[in-house]
Design a protein around this ligand. Structure first.
Ligand SMILES: Nc1nc2c(c(=O)[nH]1)N[C@H]1C(S)=C(S)[C@@H](COP(=O)(O)O)O[C@H]1N2
Ligand SMILES: [Mo]
Length: 202
């Protein structure tokens, strides 16, 4: 049994690379729990801008309307929380991270990224983990606008890492040469967060 009163119910499905679809120590839920340190903000700030800066050739500040005008992608992926729940087959709509990367052009010395929320939350990850085929800045989940509790109207999504790397209420991506720990990474969560290696805590 675990926190949610359920036994592990994982079928032994495999990914194309041979790893189990369900990472070790995880159980499946159909519900979508909410996990936030801070209170859900009452809405997006009037002066919200997505700020992409640091070690990039072309820093970018997008207003809400400019962000909404970017090309959209829809993708389905699994979501894994470090507190051991996983939710399969989430359909996400939003802007693919490569739409952003191709515009700002990270410099060769950019190796890490800090994602920023307008609430003050931060999370860090290697550029290699951000620059991936399934990473998006999302606006919709299963066809509905992303709920405020889940980071609506706009959050980062990095499906291959534990969900604390998927910053809710996103307003910035900062490209860095050296790694720096984000909010949970300073408070005991693992810096890398690979679910298949159970990189949960330090
Ligand atoms: N801004 C912000 N983003 C956040 C968090 C947070 O506390 N604040 N928690 C992280 C953690 S630990 C998890 S598990 C996921 C949870 O996302 P959910 O609440 O949509 O399930 O959001 C991540 N992003
Ligand atoms: Mo989490």
């Amino acid at each position: 049994m675990n926190l949610f009163g359920k036994k592990s119910n994982a079928p032994m499905e495999k990914r194309p690379d041979g790893l189990d679809r369900l990472p070790p120590g995880q159980y499946l839920t159909k519900k979508w729990p909410v996990l936030s340190y801070e209170r859900t903000p009452s809405g997006i700030p009037n002066d919200w801008k997505l700020k992409i800066n640091g070690l990039v050739e072309q820093p970018l500040e997008l207003s809400w309307d400019e962000f909404l005008a970017l090309p959209r992608t829809t993708m389905t992926s699994d979501f894994h929380c470090v507190t051991t729940w996983s939710r399969y087959d989430n359909t996400w709509e939003g802007v693919h991270i490569r739409e952003i990367l191709q515009r700002v052009k990270p410099l060769p010395e950019a190796h890490f990224v800090m994602a920023h929320s307008w609430t003050g939350y931060t999370t860090n990850l290697p550029l290699q983990n951000l620059d991936d085929e399934d990473v998006m800045i999302v606006l919709k989940h299963d066809g509905q606008p992303l709920e405020p509790d889940h980071g609506g109207p706009v959050r980062l999504l990095v499906p291959k890492l534990y969900a604390y790397k998927s910053a809710k209420w996103l307003d910035g991506l900062e490209f860095m040469e050296r790694d720096r720990p984000g909010f949970w990474e300073q408070r005991g969560y693992h810096n890398r967060a690979n679910p298949w290696k159970e990189e949960r805590y330090w």
